[in-house]
Design a protein around this ligand. Structure first.
Ligand SMILES: *[C@@H]1O[C@H](CO)[C@@H](O)[C@H](O)[C@H]1NC(C)=O
Length: 385
């Protein structure tokens, strides 16, 4: 943040005062927004150029990587941008060995800790959804071994460990108060994961995609537009958007196991700007609306009906359109930016936009300043694409 502020060209006293006020405000904000920096493409700019662009031209201050690329970690050196790295799924069985975990940390993370702001290591991505028994059985032991390695390296207070889940971990999500983890995984995997997260003061991370849960009939509800919403008869609470319902279903499932105190982080969510021609609600306007409303909502402090007055650290999927992603057209069109760094649509994360808006609307400025960047590559089942 210090670097980001230092490079912000403050041409007037007003701007300086706004920045000072915003900095104070940010310290009181728990949630922030990041972006997933996925790299399944053959036309992306060099990481150094990406890091420079994010720092100089956007308000993004958090990035998630899908691996621990040395080149990308070097690119983010001296930027102050908070970086999350990932141990890929295939490495998880090896990571249960403490010696391997120490080596992994030594070669992938430790060379960068003095220069790059690495804040979190994710052990795999959507491991339970792989249905691979070895990976699933190795998940918690791998997290524990990596944590032990962090303790050995005196990095455990600075770098946290977690693992992102798709909503496929739920057997029931409607109504939100009835959210439940799938039987078997609940006590054998998710309870140990949650116990680990509680013991290490780390967040539970989920990848909710209202896009994949919506149909033409529920499009307005998914996009945070005015809709009839959903009423939960058990709690008598009203839901005005699908994201809140998905978050509360996860919260209810956690509560059922006795873990309502664990923080929830949205490690992936997004909306594609292009799909096949028959698809309803897949266009740049809808994507802009989802991501804009999402940013506003998660940083507003409104929270959800079951988790009022909270903000959520959130990572938009994704930074770039990725031309090598398999599957339907929309999979390659979740990006905020084209490979030449031009925005696919405007959601107010460019610095010039922010500065102009701040003259008239300081609150908007503050809420967008907390946006960061996260890098992710997998999605759950694709209903609309
Ligand atoms: C949330 O904030 C509102 C308005 O400030 C307040 O009335 C309410 O008691 C708060 N709820 C919780 C659970 O803190």
């Amino acid at each position: 943040m210090e670097n980001a502020l230092a490079t912000f060209s403050a041409s007037t006293v007003t701007t300086i005062l706004l920045l000072a006020a915003s900095t104070l405000f940010i310290q009181g904000v728990e949630g922030s927004i990041g972006v997933n920096y996925g790299t399944l493409a053959n036309n992306l700019p060099p990481p150094a150029q990406v890091a420079h662009f994010l720092l100089e031209s956007t308000i993004i201050n958090r990035v998630r990587l899908f691996d621990a690329s040395t080149e990308i970690l070097r690119a983010f050196a001296h930027t102050g941008i908070a970086v999350t790295v990932t141990v890929t799924n295939d490495q998880i069985p090896h990571l249960t060995n403490i010696g391997f975990a120490q080596e992994w940390l030594k070669s992938n993370v430790q060379p960068h800790v003095r220069t790059t702001n690495i804040v979190r290591i994710l052990v795999g991505n959507e491991v339970i959804s792989t249905a691979n028994k070895l990976l699933i059985a190795s998940l918690v032991p791998a997290m524990q071994a990596l944590h032990a390695a962090l303790v050995d390296a005196s990095l455990d207070s600075r770098i946290k460990i977690s693992t992102p889940h798709s909503l496929g971990i739920l057997s029931s999500s409607s109504p939100p108060s009835g959210g439940k983890f799938r039987q078997g995984y609940d006590t054998h995997v998710l309870k140990p994961v949650l116990s680990f997260l509680r013991a290490t003061n780390s967040p539970f991370m989920i990848n909710p995609y209202p896009f994949f849960g919506s149909s033409p009939e529920t499009l307005d509800y998914a996009l945070f537009r005015t809709s009839s919403g959903v009423f939960d008869e058990n709690t008598k609470l009203s839901y005005t958007n699908m994201l809140d319902a998905q978050l509360d279903a996860v919260f209810s499932a956690m509560k059922l196991l006795g873990f309502s105190d664990i923080e929830i982080v949205i490690s992936e969510t997004g909306w594609p700007s292009l799909g096949d021609s028959s698809q309803v609600g897949v266009d740049a306007e809808s994507a802009a609306q989802y991501n804009r409303n999402l940013m506003q909502h998660v940083t507003s402090g409104a929270g959800t009906p079951l988790m009022p007055n909270r903000t959520f650290e959130t990572y938009i999927f994704a930074l770039f359109n990725e031309d090598l992603k398999p599957g339907p057209t929309c999979e390659r069109n979740f990006g905020l930016f084209l490979p030449d760094m031009t925005p696919v649509y405007d959601i107010g994360i460019l610095r010039s936009t922010v500065a102009a808006a701040s003259k008239f609307h300081h609150a908007t400025y503050i809420s967008v300043l907390t946006i960061g960047l996260l890098i992710i590559s997998n999605h759950g089942d694709n209903m609309l694409c």
